[in-house]
Design a protein around this ligand. Sequence first.
Ligand code: SF4
Ligand code: SF4
Length: 443
Amino acid sequence: MREDIVDRVRAAGVVGAGGAGFPAHVKLQFEVQRVLGNGASCEPLLAGDPYLMLNQPGPVLDGLLTVMDCTGSEKGTICLKSKHTDAVAVLKDKVSDNGYAGRINVFELDDFYPAGDEFILVNEVLGKIVPEGGIPLNVMTVVSNVESLLNISRAMADLPVTDRYLTVCGEVNQPLICRVPIGTPANAAIDLAGGPKIPEFGVVMGGPMMGKVLGTGTEPITKTTSGIIVLHPDHNVIRDKSRSLDQMRFIGKSACTQCSRCTDLCPRYLIGHDLKPHRIMRHLAYTPGMTGDILEDALICSECGVCEKFACPMMLSPREINAAVKQKLLREGIKREPRSDTYRVSPFNETRKIPIKRLIERLEVGKYDVHPPFWGEDIQLNQVIIPLQQHLGKPAVPVVRTGDRVKKGDLIGEIPEGALGARIHASIDGTVEAVGENIVVSQ
Ligand code: SF4
Ligand code: SF4
């Protein structure tokens, strides 16, 4: 049975929908003790995961059961915040159904950030600590986002990943949750939400904490896009994400007081990892170039943004600096081995969790926290731009050529032989217009 599940999930191109896009079929090949369905939805403003748990609990739980069967896990837990009372009630009722009863339970999380970080979730639910630089498999656990579980359930019916649920909000006329074809340009999703309310704006793809600022707005929605947020160009979320590394370094050198608040509130530090962002800031301020063992600590940073968006009184950007350092080290093939076999959660872990309400205030996004409705109609599109790299690992290899006709669900990108990767499928019917890093399909 395991081979069949792995084959179907691989064939459907399922990847982790809530993070970096780890190919799902790879995780499924391991024996584990517990599977966690991640519905924590901890990024402010994003509402797609609670919507799915409330409205499609059956497919989400079926996906969880499939992962449990495949990995030999006796128990599965669906994790979501207590504040999503409707979804909690629906799921608690549903897990008593035949097939789920006795195998799946519901775990209610407090409303803090970053409850959805896999490492934090594993610690909250199971009391285990994923090692530095590790993954939940290191503690015999698989964590799957709820949209991934939905996609796994669809994969068992041979349906590939062609669409993505996302929240479109901020300075738009009609904030909404929608389901759009992979490859939909971001600005088409903004138009679906009634267009921008302001003439000049910036766009964040993802959440306000971990998302990326877009350049043109034509960037495509991918399998991992959870939100599109339109904000004033001077909004702090846009501004902080737009600084260059040199600017951040210069500002850091003149303004960092070494108060160590970024470290005190760092969620990874609080679960016992040896990550102290204030040390990285100090090193970069006083050491020319980008060298030094201490910089390797950036490799165990989750880029959650707590240090930058919540902790730092000087409005500095340890997270953006860590992200840039990390990219450089990864390009150079530098790895950071765990420096300990045992980890001890800080005695301050509970009291230093970041309440979402306070985070929303700090981010100045309270007026956009509107619980948007689901838009059930199909988006009208002439063209999609489907990246061949939407996942961790190697880009998919195109298996179509310019001029080919494709139907929604057809395979257009294959996993390179022997590599980590994920398949890519056409998300609309049409003609292949271009094949490069992206495959462009026009109707
Ligand atoms: S919180 Fe800000 S000022 Fe304090 S040590 Fe960290 S980066 Fe420096
Ligand atoms: S982004 Fe900052 S707070 Fe988050 S893990 Fe990295 S160093 Fe810690």
